[in-house]
Design a protein. Structure first.
Lengths: 176, 526
């Protein structure tokens, strides 16, 4: 009788340990392909946008949302609650942030676009979420943002929401 | 170390503690697993008493909320990983070699190591209760970032303890698989294997497939906490929802790990006490295998409220409901086995019948939870608590108690007290239903789980639940006394080799009590 080797069967748990970690990139790929999580907005530069003909009149309402932290110590709010996006026209706006502490703090803003399936039609030219930001002690700063609507957006795309959650990232993973 | 000389004739176990420390005998190791499970059951039971005492009345009486959270967390972890799983491994150790006609497990030294990792794992886990900041308080599902950013410092000990018990489970499962594949008696083909062996073989495959994923997820937590990675930290590009996906990819097969061996046990017991061969053996095997396969594609039904897309909600809803089909096949087979059988109602049979009835109630509430739109109402309420306690207590735990009553005479050579067994059963049966049935009602009425205080309208049912929990908990002392008087107490009449009336299986062909070494010459199965 042919015997089953315990070494051979041990390959399964070893492979599955690896699979557990492989789930991490797979999760990101899955979200990117399906548009779940609202993370895959597009990024472009100003020249590309200026080549788009803005006369077609395709517009969508963009709503701005801000979440500072669960304890609400930070003052974090958008300049405008809503703006009209138009393909080919750049919108420049900002979020306002006040550091409540008397020491400087590094923050990372994490964006999310809803509905997730339409996230790719939101085009960001400039965003404070691209990099970490240092907020001086007790300072009130303006965080810039430049967005537009993608020319590829189908007609039914008539509204989008853009939200930011702030994370303190002196050491990544540091909670407020 | 024994020399060739003294291993020759009067070979037997070492004396004293060394026997248990060095043993490679499947029966010794099985006994140790079962005793560890019993100890965990008592410790986890005391924690349940603390929870129910606090919830006896609305308001905060006995413990502060943080300690309450530590109790719910530790109760869950200890009962799942310390009581139910080791009890089934203990039964596998005792029974699998005897059922397939093998002299021992295929990897006896690994077997010893698998067991001896556990006291250290649970010692480390329980020691967190006495640490600064307290024990883990984030629930047995340890969702990130509650278990990373906001966890007490003792979380690191929790992680290592999960690593140790994971290694133990994986080695135990590899051992079971290799034993079943390589050491069956001549003539015992796969489709002649007893169902307990079949269900354990499938369980072992589930274990080696998902315990490493659990090890992976706690390793990611460890790295997030101590090495600055951001697997579950949104600020660094990670995602807390991903934690839930990876956790439940382990977690859902895990619930079948805790119930499949139970299916095997009750199949044996119902057949014996109905004095009929099991109805639908082949369909039982296929149903077990399909439940195991389906368990890999249903995990997100634990996360209907995280914001899945509609397609996802529907997929996980339908795939979950599909599991009711093979489970229904099993229940049908058990009922049909009893149909027109000449049934008697000894203690193991009472527990097995209660298993069929009460597990089915748990299965039905599971179907209710599987309906995604309805789950938005039930999610994180006592309805969920009622559901999983119905499948784990009168499900998994009753099957373990039934198994101990059924095979104890074979293990120790004496009959347990049937009177005490009946008392134990009826008090447990009544207690378990008083404890968990009202939880359905308060859950549907909206009482959230894992809270130390609640709104006044839930007060009456909570008081009833606490009384039921006390009855159920205390009646387990009858079981402990009954097992003690039969084994160490030396009471009870001599068991015959067959023990019961014409039970099926190789284990009934060896003398009672089972000798230290059995089937050194393999039996021939026709």
């Amino acid at each position: 009788m042919k015997k089953l080797s315990p070494w051979k069967i041990s390959l399964i748990p070893i492979a599955m340990f690896g699979f557990g970690f492989a789930l991490v990139p797979l999760y990101d790929i899955f979200c990117e392909v399906t548009g779940l999580n609202g993370k895959n907005f597009s990024i472009a530069n100003a020249e590309q946008v200026s080549q788009v003909d803005s006369s077609e009149g395709r517009t969508a309402k963009l709503q701005f949302l801000a979440d500072a932290d669960s304890r609400d110590l930070w003052q974090f709010k958008p300049e405008n609650k809503t703006l009209n996006l138009q393909a080919g026209n750049l919108i420049t706006t900002y979020y306002e942030l006040t550091n409540p502490y008397d020491y400087p703090v590094t923050i990372q803003a994490v964006p999310s676009v809803a509905p997730g399936e339409w996230a790719e039609y939101l085009v960001k030219i400039e965003c404070f979420c691209f990099t970490q930001q240092v907020v001086p002690a007790n300072a009130n700063i303006k965080l810039p943002l430049q967005v537009t609507l993608s020319a590829k957006a189908p007609a039914e795309v008539n509204h989008l929401s853009l939200s930011y959650r702030l994370y303190q990232s002196e050491t990544l993973g540091g909670a407020f | 170390m024994s020399t060739a000389h003294d291993t020759h004739e009067h070979h037997g176990p070492d004396k004293g503690f060394k026997r248990w420390l060095y043993t490679t005998n499947h029966k010794d190791i099985g006994t140790m697993y079962l005793l560890l499970a019993l100890g965990s059951l008592l410790i986890g039971g005391i924690m349940a008493f603390v929870i129910r005492a606090e919830l006896f009345q609305p308001g905060l009486q006995l413990v502060d909320p943080n300690f309450f959270n530590q109790m719910t967390t530790m109760h869950g972890l200890i009962m799942v990983f310390g009581a139910i799983m080791p009890a089934f491994v203990g039964l596998a150790n005792w029974l699998v070699p005897m059922m397939i006609g093998a002299p021992d497990m295929a990897l006896p030294r690994i077997n010893n190591w698998s067991f001896w990792l556990l006291p250290f794992a649970f010692g480390m886990l329980i020691s967190t209760l006495f640490m600064e900041g307290g024990a883990p308080n984030f629930g047995w599902t340890f969702y990130a970032p509650l278990s990373t950013d906001y966890a007490p410092p003792s979380v690191t000990f929790f992680i290592f303890s999960v690593h140790l018990m994971g290694i133990s489970s994986i080695m135990g499962a590899v051992n079971v698989i290799v034993t079943i594949f390589n050491m069956r008696a001549p003539g015992m083909t796969f489709m002649k294997m007893p169902l307990f062996v079949w269900t354990w073989l499938i369980t072992a495959f589930l274990l080696i497939a998902v315990m490493p994923v659990l090890a992976g997820v706690v390793t990611m937590m460890l790295m997030d906490i101590h090495f600055g990675t951001s697997f579950f930290n949104a600020a660094g590009g990670g995602d807390p929802v991903m934690f839930q996906h990876v956790f439940w990819f382990f977690g859902h097969p895990e619930v079948y790990i805790m119930i499949l061996p139970a299916f095997g046990i009750v199949s044996h017991i119902i057949s014996t006490f109905s004095r009929k061969p099991l109805f639908g053996y082949t369909s039982m095997v296929w149903a077990t295998a399909s439940i195991a396969l389906l368990s890999f594609v249903v995990w997100a039904h634990h996360m209907f409220t995280v914001g899945l897309p509609l397609v996802g909600e529907l997929f996980f809803m339908y795939s979950t409901m599909l599991i009711a089909v093979p489970t229904g096949v099993k229940v049908f087979n058990w009922v049909t086995t009893m149909f027109k059988g000449s049934m008697t109602f000894e203690t193991p049979m009472l527990f097995a019948i209660a298993f069929v009835v009460l597990f089915t109630i748990g299965g039905l509430s599971g179907l209710m939870l599987a309906i995604a739109p309805a789950d938005f109402q039930y999610h994180d309420t006592y309805f969920v608590v009622a559901h999983f306690h119905y499948v784990l207590v009168p499900g998994a735990l009753f099957s373990i108690l039934a198994a101990v009553y059924y095979w104890l005479p074979k293990w120790c050579g004496r009959m347990y007290s049937e009177t005490l067994g009946k008392w134990h059963f009826w008090l447990s049966f009544i207690g378990v239903n008083i404890t968990f049935f009202p939880m359905h009602f308060i859950g549907l009425a909206g009482m959230p789980r894992r809270i130390p205080d609640y709104a006044l309208q839930f007060a009456d049912f909570n008081a009833i639940v606490s009384v039921g929990a006390f009855i159920f908990g205390m009646s387990q002392l009858i079981f402990i006394y009954n097992v003690w008087r039969t084994t160490l107490g030396g009471k009870g009449e001599q068991a015959t080799d067959q023990v019961w009336e014409k039970p099926e299986g190789l284990e009934w062909q060896i003398p009672s009590p089972a000798p230290y070494h059995t089937f050194q010459e393999p039996p021939v199965v026709k």
